[in-house]
Design a protein around this ligand. Structure first.
Ligand code: RTP
Ligand code: MG
Length: 136
């Protein structure tokens, strides 16, 4: 199996609720190696660039407002089959549907699917594009 790189974002709700440590611990326990990590606040231009695939969708403005609402942690993760393994660990987009023990089940807001605690790249192409936005 090939070693892959992927981008994780710990979203503003999880940072505000002090779940950064627990989420990082889950990444480490699942052999998703952290090779780079930063805490930052997105600006409007960066957020639009990052979520360009969702421009025009019904949830876009709400998503952008949320992602601009506080600090986030961005992480470069590496490991065998890391893209799919991290998506599995995150759980379904809607925290209500996320399987027990997944990051979104534990830390996502079950009344607001926008606030689902984490992001993860969904393909090799997305990972490459998204990593380049945060890590030189
Ligand atoms: P992500 O990109 O954050 O890893 O999540 P994902 O692939 O599971 O979901 P995606 O379809 O890419 O959506 C990006 C983020 O937009 C918010 N969202 N809100 N209200 C809605 O219907 C809705 N749908 C998506 C979520 O924060 C989702 O993670
Ligand atoms: Mg996505």
């Amino acid at each position: 199996m090939a070693i892959e790189k992927t981008l994780s974002i710990i979203k503003p709700n999880a940072v505000k609720q002090k779940h950064v440590g627990e989420i990082i611990s889950m990444l480490e326990q699942n052999n998703l190696r952290i090779s780079q990590m930063r805490m930052l606040q997105l600006d409007n231009v960066q957020a639009k660039m990052f979520y360009q695939e969702h421009i025009g969708k019904s949830f876009f403005d709400e998503l952008l407002n949320f992602m601009l609402s506080g600090e986030i942690v961005v992480l470069k993760l590496e490991g065998e089959n890391a893209i799919a393994r991290y998506r599995e660990l995150m759980g379904a987009t809607n925290p209500c549907d996320a399987k027990e023990g997944s990051i979104r089940e534990k830390f996502g807001d079950k009344t607001d699917l926008t606030q689902n605690a984490v992001h993860g790249s969904d393909s090799k192409e997305s990972a490459k594009r998204e990593l380049a936005l945060f890590f030189k």
